[in-house]
Design a protein around this ligand. Structure first.
Ligand SMILES: C[S@@+](CC[C@H](N)C(=O)[O-])C[C@H]1O[C@@H](n2cnc3c(N)ncnc32)[C@H](O)[C@@H]1O
Length: 286
């Protein structure tokens, strides 16, 4: 049977728990903040099996993605104690459960806005270091890889999203040397500083819905963007029910003279959506 396992089928169950978790006494990958999820040989084998079995993929723009229904079935079939956050989200049919599951399984529409924008403006990635912050399915990072980025780091709150969705998608769309170019990090934004490096481009979509996280996001920007780096934030103008909005986020950023912000895209139909482009002021670059 096809599986997107975290580890080999014949391993002892305790071996599916990473070493740092075993020593901390934690029992769930979900509880580890700032953890790197590595692409394993199992991931490659599983995706080969996925392709060979003729399993369907969905096509979003021109990326092949693992079938979300299959991923959900797989999550539901995990033994008790594993993937509990995602099981809860699926059972509750929730897009986001704050602090538990932050929406990484679904593809949110602003990702498509940003993909289209990057294509339309021919934004260059060749030889650059890129972060897909709050990556979910990983479309933005995959775009950067396809366009020749030197390295792409993917980050999601939920480790299981990375292992069951993002990594399989990256493997489906890129050649095997992808292992040397990518890294995957799970955890809350305020736990990632020791893991992330400095990036030429930070891409982030639908990550400003919760104003409580603005400080964490801005700290990542401050610490992780290179001197001449660029940050693109794709978001709905206003998130009803949670209160996040582009205007407040931009206002907070502008309190620091370091940042220059501009709206480089605004949707003309449907829910109002925008892309905020953030660069550093010229006098910060000396
Ligand atoms: C709504 S999803 C958007 C996913 C994807 N970027 C898209 O547009 O389809 C929000 C993303 O931000 C991440 N995220 C949200 N809050 C977070 C937090 N406090 N710490 C770390 N990641 C967080 C989620 O894990 C998820 O990847």
């Amino acid at each position: 049977m096809f599986k997107f396992n975290f580890s080999s089928e014949n391993q002892d169950e305790t071996d599916t728990i990473p070493d740092d978790l075993k020593s901390s006494g934690k029992t769930s990958i979900q509880e580890t903040d700032g953890q790197e999820i590595e692409i394993s040989n199992d991931h490659f084998q599983n995706m080969k099996q996925y392709r060979d079995s003729g399993s369907s993929t969905s096509l979003v723009r021109d990326f092949h993605l693992v079938d979300l229904k299959r991923v959900e079935e797989l999550i539901a079939s995990q033994k008790s104690g594993e993937c509990e956050s995602l099981k809860t989200a699926i059972q509750m049919n929730s897009d986001v459960i704050s602090g538990v599951y932050e929406g990484g399984l679904k593809i949110w529409e602003c990702t498509l806005d940003l993909l289209d924008y990057l294509n339309k403006e021919s934004v260059q990635f060749d030889g650059l270091d890129v972060l897909d912050l709050g990556c979910g399915a990983g479309l933005l990072g995959m775009h950067a890889l396809r366009k020749g980025a030197q390295s792409v780091h993917f980050q999601d709150y939920n480790a299981e999203v990375l292992s069951l969705c993002t990594i399989p998608n990256v493997i489906l769309n890129n050649n095997p040397d992808v292992k040397s170019k990518t890294k995957f990090f799970a955890g809350d934004w305020d736990s990632l500083h020791h893991k992330l490096k400095n990036y030429d481009i930070i891409l982030t979509s639908e990550t400003i819905y919760n104003p409580e996280n603005y400080g964490k996001l801005i700290t990542i920007f401050e610490e992780m963007v290179k001197e001449n780096g660029v940050i693109y934030v794709a978001a709905k103008h206003f998130y009803f029910g949670v209160g996040g909005n582009v205007y407040e986020f931009e206002k907070l950023l502008r309190q620091n003279e370091r940042w220059n912000t501009s709206i480089c895209f605004c949707s003309t139909e449907g829910v109002k959506r925008e892309i905020l482009k953030i660069v550093q002021s010229a006098d910060q670059n000396h």
